[in-house]
Design a binder for this molecule. Structure first.
Ligand code: ZN
Length: 242
């Protein structure tokens, strides 16, 4: 999959509106994105990332880029600003990260961190499911053997913005339950599949760790996590007056 032609391969030009990456108006757009922003995110290359400190149980994690600049704006536009057409190019970028992680001959089982029911309703559908399906389509076009399963269900959660990272980890651990229907899809995946857990952003890693541990308890070993973006952890402030 030559990344430089990814956007062009996905869609024809559409009527100009504001670019989902830079908000400029009057630029020719493909799938909501101007040429400059498409080039910027297509130049990103997947690399290992690790929150510091990593939460217990976090599998090896790969991110396409930092949660910054055009990539951040595209994720926010897709998740929070109703730019649903970004599912295809963002899913294709996620597919690039998966393809960079797994040998071409290995079958892949893609799992994802689901939205809560409330979040999915606000976003007109589970945004990670849409990304995962788009990534799977792209990988299949490239000749990969790919299955998608949804063995996790997100439980309703309180706003975690005010919580400490320890409290966030505890909340994340209680955030998921298993779905028996999804487990049936896991069992149908090709034998020897590399099992990857997808999400859009990794911050503390507590969500991915909690989901992976729950899956492990149900007999599903997650080999790795693949995300679009990793936030840079800001080190705790040193007391300046001491
Ligand atoms: Zn742009």
């Amino acid at each position: 999959m030559p990344a430089a032609t990814l956007w062009q391969a996905l869609a024809d030009l559409v009527l100009p509106a504001s670019c989902a990456g830079c908000s400029r108006e009057g630029q020719p757009l493909r799938l909501e994105v101007c040429g400059d922003c498409a080039a910027a995110v297509q130049a990103l290359r997947a690399a290992p990332t690790r929150p510091d400190p990593p939460p217990p149980g976090l599998p090896p994690c790969v991110a396409l880029g930092d949660y910054a600049a055009e990539l951040r704006e595209l994720i926010l536009s897709f998740k929070e600003r109703g730019r649903h057409r970004l599912a295809r190019p963002l899913g294709a970028l996620l597919a690039e990260a998966v393809a960079a992680t797994v040998p071409p001959s290995a079958p892949v089982l893609l799992l994802y961190v689901p939205d809560t029911t409330a979040a999915a309703r606000a976003r007109h559908g589970d945004h990670l499911r849409a990304l995962t399906r788009a990534a799977a389509d792209r990988l299949r076009e490239a000749g990969r053997v790919v299955a998608v399963a949804a063995p996790l269900r997100a439980l309703p959660k309180a706003d975690s913005a005010h919580l400490s990272s320890a409290q966030r980890a505890a909340a994340a651990a209680a955030g998921f339950a298993m779905r028996s229907r999804g487990m049936a899809d896991v069992r149908r995946a090709a034998p020897g599949s590399v099992t990857l857990l997808l999400d859009d952003i990794v911050t503390t890693g507590s969500t991915l760790a909690a989901a992976s541990e729950l899956l492990a308890g149900a007999g599903v070993r997650v080999h790795g996590c693949v995300v679009l973006a990793a936030t840079r952890r800001i080190p705790p402030q040193r007391a300046i007056w001491s």
